[in-house]
Design a protein around this ligand. Structure first.
Ligand SMILES: O=C(O)CCC(=O)C(=O)O
Length: 245
């Protein structure tokens, strides 16, 4: 499991059994169908992800419990321990799918660039503020392209230009240091949201991302408690520390 702190990501092939994927697949599909009904306008406009599967009323208590059992399972806990030096907290869930328009271009970014921090603040924050995505594809997809080590290292000038659309560059321009991690059903990709990365669209992708973050005040501000398990659900879960702050 070595390598996350150095590289900023971990690719674990065939991490989940078919039975483990089947246990959540219908729940994700149900959420997605309802989300599409309510968000057709945004989907038409280019939105390619939804979030907060564990809040709201698209899913019932039983479905939310199954999702939380998946999120808190021991197997993922083991990986969390190798990725975070201190116990992390649960941040949220997301679903990633293809944009409606197949010509829509993807975009290199660091998640931190959307937080309102100045560039100087971001340069510091990538060393001590961590959001980590656990990507779990329901089907084969082109995956994620990322620039290894940039979870702790700042951009080369051309990388900064591309992800910020500067000096004639576009966010979808190819970058020399990009590394493509293609994914199959059953695989797990763990990657730092601090890294320079982009989604690779196509094949009607459908992936669950579970997000965890450091248990620090700067990160706790982003937590929406509505995404956390109810008292009744919590009683049925192990590894509850991720909800404990
Ligand atoms: O898969 C994608 O489209 C983008 C994923 C991404 O950028 C993210 O999870 O922060």
């Amino acid at each position: 499991m070595a390598g996350y702190e150095e590289q900023g990501y971990l690719y674990l092939k065939n991490f989940f059994s078919e039975a483990e994927i089947i246990a959540i697949e219908n729940i994700l599909n149900k959420f997605h169908i309802k989300w599409l009904e309510d968000n057709a306008v945004y989907y038409e406009k280019g939105l390619l992800n939804s979030h907060s599967l564990t809040s709201g009323n698209y899913l019932n208590e039983e479905e939310k419990t199954l999702l939380f059992k998946f999120i808190t399972q021991n197997k993922l806990q083991t990986i969390l321990k190798t990725v975070f030096s201190e116990t992390p907290i649960f941040l949220n869930t997301q679903l990633f799918f293809d944009p409606k328009n197949s010509e829509q271009k993807n975009y290199w970014h660091r998640d931190i660039q959307y937080t309102g921090m100045s560039v100087e603040e971001q340069k510091k924050a990538i060393h001590n503020q961590n959001v980590v995505h656990f990507r779990i594809p329901m089907k084969k997809e082109s995956g994620i392209e990322l620039i290894p080590k940039t979870h702790r290292e700042w951009d080369l000038p051309e990388e900064f230009d591309v992800r910020n659309s500067l000096n004639g560059a576009f966010p979808s321009d190819d970058l020399q240091r990009g590394k493509v991690v293609g994914l199959n059903r059953g695989d797990l990709l763990v990657f730092s949201a601090n890294m320079i990365h982009r989604g690779l669209y196509g094949h009607n992708r459908f992936s669950l991302d579970i997000l965890f973050c450091d248990n620090i005040p700067e990160m706790r501000n982003f937590i929406d408690r509505n995404n956390y398990p109810s008292k009744e659900i919590l009683e049925n879960l192990g590894n509850k520390e991720m909800f404990d702050f």
